[in-house]
Ligand binder design. Structure first.
Ligand code: G3H
Length: 478
């Protein structure tokens, strides 16, 4: 039951010496779909050693050659979109069309990174000493960007391909090597993606992929002395990692509770369409999903009616049929979502639809008249359930947004650009979208969270710059 996949080390596919595997449960059927190797700590040690050696040579490989290989990998990735998308459908229940989009977007990201990398990394700085008081022109400082070493990339289940390449490609163009630890749900999609890089002909040992239980190799990986940078996307684990990691650059994108503030003058059809897209696409399992609607009381009834009309049209069912709402990733996730729903019910929220669940499949639900004493007002369901809080002023909306421990993105809907700008400035989030739902892309835009939503800024340019350090050489004249 379930094909077994090998892990990737030194350009080869291998079985773990542990003789054990980890099962990947298909969220829709709840049966074992695939198995991956349960790698051991010894195997992690070996991978680190190999990655370190490969990086030394890669750093000496001309930048244009690194870019050429990335372009090749991008093209191969796009050619393999169908089998990779099929894995995404089976492993994480991503709707078929969205699964293909994820792979194509990933190919584009890799190509763009290659382009951006040759530009950014091809430039350095040149300083002369006599601009600083007391100095003659006797010192010339030449600075360039050099790689960090081994980058540990840990993507989440919801974009196992795209959020893997968004770490791999910047690391590689900048001259680093990679140890990838994919999420268990999504590991086979990630291994297929790695295979595309293998086919592109990257040097052996430069890209490695270990699989296994986070409980067995998670801390061992993140605290490993061979790691020179960690790029992580996921949940609370990121906070624990940042406390345990050494003195190395960290890039973390964690949870979010993205607020959607709706003012009285907003185009309510536009808002409703964005709430559906923002709140329910991939069944709400996006860090940038709209996770709380804060709407002015005077337009709330109209907006809720418009959203409800659209919720009724969402297709619920298997990802293979391209349904809008598919099973959430695991039973424990479904149970957590249910816990939030039950709490809101007990505390008097209005259910706009009947709550319905079969296995991991949860029907879309809008909860109106949510109040701050309900868990769902603050916690992140990562599922197709969306709370609506009615507000009487924009300040009340800003206050709710800023009282959250998260600060990823937020959005505001109004026709008044002045108000929108003031609200954007007041919202304590990494990004504010005006008149559109939150989203990470286009993938070259800066992407960052504040507070518990993360540290560092992503997006192609920022990621490349984060995965290098500055090296200076000073020429001293007598
Ligand atoms: O889940 C977290 C992702 O970074 C969100 O990306 O806005 O493209 O869905 P997205």
């Amino acid at each position: 039951d379930g094909d077994e996949f090998k892990y990737y080390i030194e350009g080869e596919w291998k079985k773990s010496a542990s003789g054990k595997s980890v099962s990947i449960i298909n969220p829709t059927t709840r049966k074992t779909q695939y198995k991956v190797q349960a790698c051991t700590q010894e195997e992690v040690n070996k991978v680190m050693e190999i990655a370190k050696a490969a990086q030394k040579l890669w750093a000496k490989t001309p930048l244009w050659k690194r870019a050429e290989l990335l372009h090749k990998a991008a093209a191969i990735l796009k050619e393999h979109k169908a089998p990779i998308a099929e894995c995404l459908v089976k492993e994480i229940a991503k709707p078929a069309k969205d699964a293909v989009t994820e792979v194509v977007r990933s190919g584009d990201l890799v190509s763009y990174t290659a382009e951006e990398g040759v530009r950014i990394l091809g430039q350095g700085t040149y300083l002369v000493s006599d601009s600083f008081p007391g100095n003659e022109r006797t010192k010339y400082c030449l600075s360039s960007k050099i790689p960090l070493g081994v980058v540990l990339a840990i993507p989440p289940f919801n974009y196992p391909v795209n959020l893997a390449v968004s770490k791999l490609a910047p690391a590689l163009i900048a001259g680093n090597s990679i140890v990838l630890k994919p999420p268990t749900q999504g590991a086979v999609s990630a291994l297929h993606m790695v295979h595309c890089f293998h086919l592109a002909g990257f040097p052996k040992g430069l890209i490695n992929c270990v699989t296994g239980k986070g409980s067995e190799i998670g801390d061992f990986l993140t605290m490993h002395p061979g790691v020179n940078c960690i790029s992580f996307t996921g949940g609370d684990t990121g906070i624990a990692i940042s406390k345990k990691a050494g003195m190395i650059p960290l890039q973390m994108e964690l949870g979010g509770k993205d607020a959607c503030i709706v003012l009285e003058d907003a185009d309510l059809d536009l808002v409703a369409a964005n709430i559906i897209k923002g709140g329910f696409s991939y069944s709400g399992q996006r860090c940038t999903a709209v996770k709380v609607v804060l709407v002015m009381e005077s337009v709330a009834d109209d907006l809720v009616a418009k959203v409800n009309a659209k919720v009724a049209k969402l297709k619920v069912g298997p990802p293979e049929d391209d349904c809008d709402i598919t099973a959430v990733v695991s039973e424990s996730s479904a149970n957590f979502i249910e816990g939030l729903v039950v709490d809101a019910k007990q505390k008097g929220a209005t259910f706009c639809q009947e709550y319905k669940r079969e296995g991991n499949l949860i029907w879309p639900l809008l909860l109106d008249h949510v109040r701050p004493d309900m868990r769902i007002a603050w916690e992140e369901p990562f599922g197709p359930v969306l709370p609506v809080i009615r507000i009487t002023s924009a300040e009340e909306g800003i206050h709710h947004c800023n009282a959250s421990n998260f600060g990823l993105q937020g959005c505001v809907f109004t026709k008044d650009i002045n108000k929108a700008m003031l609200i954007s400035d007041a919202m304590e989030t990494g990004t504010v979208q005006i008149n559109s739902a939150p989203a990470r892309g286009p993938d070259h835009f800066p992407f960052q969270g504040i507070k518990d939503s993360g540290i560092g800024s992503q997006g192609i340019t920022n990621s490349i710059n984060m995965m290098v350090k500055v090296k200076s050489t000073v020429i001293n004249l007598p």
